[in-house]
Design a protein around this ligand. Structure first.
Ligand SMILES: [Zn+2]
Ligand SMILES: [Zn+2]
Length: 182
């Protein structure tokens, strides 16, 4: 198994004016991630974005923007679909504390996410992965109006109308029973 880690940014390479990167994460990148993490909720993806890193003393500010597609499974009809997603993030990396985690008043006021780094590199790979996971909706829907599966026969109601569905929607009793379920 090859474990080629990409997106490891040397802190030395971040100059005073900052460092800008453009990302183009395709099949290969997602395949490698999947190899390492079987529990991913998406099968494939394609993401593009930009990340800028800037040094502020010992802290490193990471600002990024990601946009692209993730192959998700619809929470209602279970069909795979390509979800179009976008995110922007600000992350402040501070040196990992040697002992207890320090409280920093200056930072707590800011609406920045805080994270730690240690050593001479920033693990941008881990940061990007986390941001992508955060983009995955809790209840993915292939479309807002997805009709889901028939609970009785399992037919995909986006594609077909089964006979049990017609009865259910026509019968006021069935509708009442549905309301009581909620
Ligand atoms: Zn659906
Ligand atoms: Zn049915």
């Amino acid at each position: 198994m090859k474990t080629k880690k990409t997106l490891q940014i040397s802190i030395k390479s971040i100059t005073e004016t900052g460092k800008d990167l453009s990302l183009d994460l395709g099949k290969e990148w997602f395949d490698r991630w999947r190899e390492e993490d079987q529990g991913l909720e998406f099968s494939q993806g394609a993401m593009r974005g930009t990340v800028s890193l800037a040094k502020h003393g010992h802290d490193i500010l990471v600002r990024g923007h990601l946009q692209g597609l993730l192959d998700l499974a619809c929470g209602r009809c279970l069909e795979p679909y390509a979800a179009s997603l976008e995110t922007a993030f600000d992350l402040l990396l501070v040196p990992a504390p040697a002992g207890a985690a320090p409280e920093d008043e200056e930072l707590s006021a800011a609406d920045l996410d805080l994270d730690f780094y240690s050593g001479e590199t920033v693990d941008l790979e881990a940061i990007i992965r986390e941001q992508i996971i955060l983009m995955v909706p809790l209840k993915p829907l292939c479309q807002e109006t997805c009709h889901g599966l028939c609970p009785l026969c399992g037919a995909n109601l986006n594609r077909e109308t089964c006979s049990c569905q017609v009865e259910k929607s026509d019968s006021p009793f069935a509708q009442l029973a549905k309301l009581k379920e909620k």
